[in-house]
Design a protein around this ligand. Sequence first.
Ligand code: 2BX
Length: 433
Amino acid sequence: SSDNVLHIGGIFPINGKGGWQGGQACEPAASLALEDVNKRNDILAGYTLQLHWNDSECEPGLAASVMYNLLYNDPQKLMLLAGCSTVCTTVAEAAKMWNLVVLCYGASSPALSDRNRFPTLFRTHPSATVHNPTRIKLMKKFGWSRIAILQQAEEVFISTVEDLENRCKEADIEIMTRQSFLSDPTDAVRNLRRQDARIIVGLFYVVAARKVLCEIYKNQLYGKQYVWFFIGWYEDNWFKGNFTDDGVDCSPREMEIAAEGHLTTEALMWNQNTNQRTISGMTVDDFRVRLDAKLREGKYNESLSKGLYPVGYQEAPLAYDAVWAVALAFNKTMEKALENKRRLKDFTYTDKAIADDIYSAMNSTKFLGISGDVAFSSYGDRIALTQIEQMIGQKYVVLGYYETTTDNLTWINKEQWIGGKVPQDRTIVKRVL
Ligand SMILES: CC1(C)CO[C@@H](CC(=O)O)CN1
C-alpha cells in the first residue's frame, strides 16, 4: 500500500556542459542500490524506498528549482541525494530549512566541510583535501621540506591549497613559492623555473594539466632534479595524443618526456579488495558486471563497447553506497522512532525530532560498501583511503596506499627516480673544507 513507501529526492547531473555530468553513471548505480535494498527483508522490513529524481545539469540554479519541485509536490520526501559541488552547496545550504539531511555522492569541494553553513550535509565523495595528508606523508618519507605549489584559480583548488598550507606549517614544510593561473600557466611555470623550485604540487583540471605539462617541457622542469605531484583522477592516458587545438604546442613525445616520473594521489572510490563481499553481498567485481549491464540497458551500449565509460563511472560506487547509507540510517531511525511511539513515515519538514534522529543515524554510519568502508567525519566528510601512483615508462604504477585516520602508509617500494636517487628539494652546496 502507498503508506508503506519511504520517499527520497535525488538530483543528478546528467546533461549540460559545465562541471561534472557524473549522474550519467551515478543515477544507474543508485537505481541498482534501490533494487538491492528493497529486495532485503532485514532492512526497512515492510517498507519500500522510492527515489524521485531529476536532472540538475550540474547547474545550481536548475538544481534549486528541481529541489523545490521535489519538496513542494507530494509525496513528502525524507532526504535528498545530490551530486556536483556547486549543486550540493546550494541544496545543502537550503535543505536545513526543511530539516532534510542531504547526502552528496559527487562533491569534492573543501568548502562543504562547514557545519555552520551545511549542518545536515553528509558526503560519500571525499573532499579534495583528502590528498593533502598523503602529500605531506610522501614529503616526510622522501625528506622534502621545501616545496612549491602551482594551482589553477578555481575555488576547489584555492581551498585545497589553504588546507595544504596549514598542514605544511604543522609539518615544518616550507612553501617557497605559490604560483597560480587562470587558464594559461606559461608565466606561472616560468616563475617556478626562476625560483629553482624542485618539488612541486600541481592542482588543476585536466585541460590545464596538459598545458602545464607542455610548459614543464619547454622550461625543462623535468628529469632527475624534479618531482611533480599531479591529481590522480584524470583518465589514465590524459596527456597522450595531439592537443594542438587546445593551445598545447608540444609533441606527444615531448609530453611523455615531461610526464615521466610524476607522482599522483587520489581517493579510492572502488574497494581495493575486489573479491571481498560487501554489505549488499556483492563484490566489487559483481558490482562492475551489474553496472555495465545496467548502462548497456540505457544509452551507453555503443560507447561501452568502444571502451568509453560515461562520466561518473569512477564515482558510481559512491552513489550506490549513498543509497545504502540512506536505507541503513532510516532503518536505525525507525527502530528508535518505534521506541518513542513515533513513525519515520510521519516525518514532516517541520519535525525537528525525527530530523535529529535521521541525522544521528547518518552520523554513526559504518558499513563496508562497494567504495570501501563508509563512514563520515564530524563535518560529514567521507573518510577515505588514498592511493599513490607514479608514471613509469608511460604507465601508472601503484606505489602505495595511505589511510589518513590511522597514519598508516602501505608502501610497495616500486618507485623509480630518473637519476637513480631521490631528487633533492634544493641545490645542495657541498662545503669544501
Ligand atoms: C573526482 C571528481 C572528478 C572531482 O569532482 C567531483 C565533482 C564536484 O566536486 O563537483 C566528482 N569527482
